[in-house]
Design a binder for this molecule. Structure first.
Ligand SMILES: [Ca+2]
Ligand SMILES: [Ca+2]
Length: 574
C-alpha cells in the first residue's frame, strides 16, 4: 500500500524505514485510523487520513530559523500552481499546471531531473474548468504514478521511467468536467472523481483496476429515479444537479470506506432544484454539498452527510475529511471521527462510522445560519440570507469561496489541533433565470464580494476540534492562502497569497521563520528525509482565475503578485 514507505534498494536510512514501519504496524494493530508517512511523502495528505502531518522532527522549533534554500526547480508553466509533490524512495514527483503540461521525477536530495513527461491538452479545454488549469499532483502505488487530467482522463505512468502504462477516460470533459486532483489508490483500485459543479454535470466517483485501467465500478453522487434520495430533487433537476467529487478523498482501512466531499448543486439558483426557501422540506438535493462514504470494493454509498442542504450560496462541500480518533464526549474513550472545515463556515466533527455530526461550530464569521441543530442534523438558516430572483440577500458570510477553500488543512496528533487556511470574505447575492446549456456555466447568480469584518481577509487558524474553538490565529492580508503542513518538530508550515512561506510554532502560533518566494502560494508544503537530511518543499505560483470571482478585492489581488511556477526545497543550512 502507498501508506507505507519502503526502501527496496536498501539505501542508507533503511533502519529508519524499518523503525517507521514497525511504528506504523503498531498503529494499525491498535486500531488507529492511519499509518504515518515515515521519511517519504507517499500520498497527497501525507497519509490516507489526510493529516498533512509528518513525524520527521530534525527541523524543529529551535533550529527552523536556519532553514535555507537547498534547490529549486521551474515547473515550466504559469497559470495557477496547486500541485503537492510526492516523495517515494528518494524521488520527488511533481506536476505543473495546464493539464498537467509537465510531470517531473526529480532526485529529492539534489533536484536533478530523472525524467519528464506530460500531456498536450485539446484546444479549448480551459473553457471547461471553472477555476484555472490546475493540477494538485499525482498519486503513487507499487511503482506506478497515477495522474488525473483536465481532459477527463486518468493516466498511469511507470514511476521509474515515466513511460505511459495506460490511459482511461473517466468523463467526457466537453460537458464541463475536468480532473484537477490526484486519485486515491486503495488496494487494487484507483478511485477518482472530477469537477464540474459550475457546469451542471451529474457527479460520479469511479474505480479503475490499478494494473489495467479497466473501470470496476461507477457510483453517481446524485441518485437517479427509484434510488433513495432522488425525491430530494424537484422534477428532473437531478440530471444536471452537480455534486462533483473534485477534490481529494480519505480512506479508513478498518471500515474499508472512502470519504469524498461533493460540490455545490447545479445550478447555483436553488429555485430550479426545489422551493428555494429555508423551509425546504425534503428538497435537500442529495448528495450535493456533502461528504459521502463509499465502500471501497463496491462503490456503494454507505452514508452521506450534507453540510448545506438545498444550497443557495455555492457552499461547495468538497473539502477534505481528516480522519482522527479523539475523545469527543470526555468519557476517556476515543471515537472514530471525521473532521471537516466546510466552505459554509462550520467546522463539523462527524462520527465517521455513520456520518452523524457530533459537533458543528463556526470557525469564521457565519451569518447565513444562526447555528446547527444537532438533533435535526440541519443548519438553522436565517431566511433573509437566502437569495432569490428579485430577492437580494446582503452581507452574507462567508462568501462563495468559503470559510475554507480547497487548500488542505492539517492535523497534528501531538497538539490535537487542526490548522485551517481560512478566508474572511462576505457577499451580497441575487438570483437570475438560468437554463442548462452543455459545456457552459450553469449558475444564475450575482455575487459581489465584500470584505469580512476586522480588517483582514484570511487567517491561519489553529482549531481545537474537541472543544470547538480557536486556539491561535495568524491573520493574513489576502484570502486564498496556502495549504498547511504540520510536523513532529512542533511546526506548522504554510505559504500565503503574497508569497511568504512561513513556519509557526504549532502550539503558540509564534512566527519562527519566513522567506519571500516571489508569487502567491496555494499548494500545501510537504516534508521528507533523504540520507538523514530533512527537506521541506512547496510549489509556488498564484491563481490566475480565483481573484476573477472576487470583484475589487480580486483586482487588488491580481496587482499584488505576478504569476509563477516554481518548486522550492529547503533544508537546514541550505
Ligand atoms: Ca463550486
Ligand atoms: Ca469518548
Amino acid at each position: 500500500m502507498a501508506l507505507l514507505s519502503r526502501d527496496r534498494r536498501g539505501r542508507p536510512g533503511s533502519e529508519m524505514h524499518r523503525a517507521t514501519f514497525a511504528a506504523a504496524v503498531a498503529l494499525l494493530l491498535t486500531g488507529g485510523p492511519v499509518v504515518a508517512a515515515g521519511t517519504d511523502w507517499p500520498v497527497y495528505g501525507g497519509n490516507m487520513a489526510n493529516w498533512g502531518y509528518s513525524e520527521l522532527a530534525r527541523i524543529d522549533r529551535s533550529n527552523v530559523k536556519d532553514l535555507d534554500l537547498a534547490w529549486a526547480f521551474s515547473l515550466g508553466t504559469l497559470l495557477s500552481q496547486e500541485s503537492r509533490p510526492l516523495v517515494v524512495d528518494g524521488t520527488l514527483y511533481v506536476t505543473s499546471s495546464a493539464g498537467p503540461r509537465h510531470v517531473y521525477a526529480l532526485d529529492a536530495a539534489t533536484g536533478e531531473m530523472k525524467w519528464q513527461t506530460g500531456f498536450e491538452m485539446p484546444e479549448g479545454v480551459q473553457q471547461y474548468g471553472c477555476c484555472g488549469q490546475v493540477n494538485r499532483g499525482p498519486a503513487y502505488a507499487d511503482g506506478v504514478l497515477y495522474v488525473g487530467r483536465l481532459d477527463g482522463k486518468l493516466t498511469a505512468l511507470d514511476a521509474d521511467s515515466g513511460k505511459e502504462l495506460w490511459t482511461a477516460e473517466v468523463v467526457d470533459y466537453t460537458q464541463g468536467a475536468v480532473i484537477t486532483s490526484p486519485p486515491l489508490v486503495v488496494k487494487d483500485k484507483v478511485i477518482v472523481g472530477f469537477g464540474g459543479g459550475e457546469y451542471g454535470v451529474r457527479g460520479y466517483v469511479s474505480a479503475f483496476e490499478a494494473k489495467t485501467g479497466e473501470r470496476l465500478w461507477k457510483t453517481w453522487t446524485i441518485p437517479g429515479p427509484g434510488a433513495p434520495g432522488n425525491e430530494s430533487w424537484k422534477g428532473d433537476s437531478w440530471k444536471h444537479g452537480g455534486g462533483a467529487a473534485w477534490l481529494v478523498a480519505s480512506y479508513d482501512a478498518e471500515r474499508n470506506l472512502v470519504y469524498y466531499g461533493t460540490s455545490n448543486p447545479s445550478p447555483w439558483n436553488a429555485a430550479v432544484r426545489g422551493p428555494n426557501t429555508s423551509d425546504y422540506g425534503p428538497f435537500t438535493n442529495k448528495w450535493t454539498a456533502a461528504t459521502i462514504a463509499l465502500d471501497a470494493d463496491t462503490g456503494e454509498i454507505v452514508w452521506g452527510f450534507q453540510g448545506t442542504p438545498h444550497d443557495a450560496w455555492d457552499y461547495d462541500g468538497v473539502n477534505e475529511l481528516i480522519l482522527a480518533d479523539l475523545d469527543i464526549d470526555g468519557d476517556g474513550k476515543k471515537e472514530p471521527l471525521g473532521l471537516k472545515a466546510d466552505r459554509n463556515g462550520f467546522f463539523f466533527v462527524l462520527d465517521r462510522s455513520n456520518g452523524k455530526a457530533l459537533r458543528a461550530d463556526p470557525f469564521v464569521t457565519v451569518n447565513w445560519a444562526e447555528g446547527y441543530d444537532l438533533e435535526a442534523q440541519r443548519p438553522i438558516e436565517v431566511p433573509a440570507k437566502r437569495p432569490g430572483i428579485g430577492k437580494r440577500a446582503v452581507d452574507i458570510c462567508p462568501n462563495l469561496i468559503g470559510g475554507k477553500n480547497w487548500q488542505p488543512m492539517a492535523f497534528s496528533p501531538d497538539t490535537g489541533l487542526v490548522y485551517i487556511p481560512s478566508n474572511n470574505l462576505c457577499m451580497d447575492m441575487e438570483d437570475s433565470e438560468v437554463e442548462y446549456r452543455r459545456g457552459m456555466f450553469y449558475l444564475g447568480k450575482e455575487f459581489p464580494t465584500k470584505e469580512g469584518p476586522g480588517g483582514y481577509l484570511g487567517e491561519l487558524i489553529a482549531w481545537d476540534p474537541v472543544r470547538g474553538k480557536k486556539v491561535w490565529g495568524a491573520k493574513e492580508k489576502w484570502p486564498f492562502n496556502g495549504g498547511v503542513l504540520t510536523t513532529a518538530g512542533g511546526l506548522v508550515f504554510a505559504g500565503n497569497y503574497e508569497g511568504l512561506f512561513r513556519a509557526f510554532d504549532a502550539t503558540t502560533g509564534e512566527l519562527l521563520w519566513q522567506k519571500r518566494l516571489g508569487s502567491g502560494i496555494h499548494a500545501a508544503p510537504i516534508t521528507y528525509e533523504v540520507d538523514g537530511r530533512q527537506y521541506v518543499a512547496v510549489v509556488v505560483g498564484r491563481s490566475q482565475t480565483i481573484p476573477g470571482f472576487l470583484g475589487d478585492v480580486g483586482r487588488r489581488m491580481y496587482a499584488a503578485v505576478p504569476q509563477g511556477g516554481m518548486l522550492f526545497v529547503f533544508a537546514l543550512d541550505g
